[in-house]
Design a protein around this ligand. Structure first.
Ligand code: HEC
Length: 103
């Protein structure tokens, strides 16, 4: 029985770490989501050249000191933005991506 302990301990450790790994911010996924859902209106990366003039670029949003908290903003529907029904994980990743957009 004693010899099984390390295996059991490892399994428990893996279980304990799994939710943390799943909840970790995924910048790459934020970028994918931004390109898919936001790039039609916003400049979401320095390499993008066309967007709607009245939508601020992600870099500009990230630099604004008075910007609304992104997580709150993205969780509610806004009149000028379509309701994209983002999940909480998607909102976390997108917000992190936007914050990382400021040069
Ligand atoms: C159909 C065009 C459109 C799409 C698609 C769109 N946006 Fe917007 N967004 C706008 C416009 C226009 C504004 C500025 C006016 C306003 O606040 O409603 C804006 C404003 C914002 C703001 C607030 C900026 C500020 O400083 O107040 C954030 C944050 C934002 N968008 C994030 C996103 C994200 C993230 C996505 C993709 C999931 C997205 N938008 C998709 C048009 C769009």
């Amino acid at each position: 029985m004693r010899r099984r302990f390390p295996l059991l301990a490892l399994a428990l450790l893996a279980l304990a770490l799994a939710p943390t790994a799943a909840a970790a911010v995924d910048l790459a996924r934020g970028e994918t989501l931004a390109n898919r859902w936001c790039a039609s209106c916003h400049l979401v990366s320095p390499t993008q050249t066309r967007a709607t003039p009245d939508a601020p670029s992600f870099a500009a949003i990230a630099r604004r000191p008075d910007a609304p908290p992104l997580e709150t903003y993205l969780a509610v529907t806004h009149t000028r933005m379509p309701d994209m029904a983002l999940t909480r994980d998607e909102i976390t990743d997108l917000s992190a991506y936007i914050r990382a957009s400021a040069p």
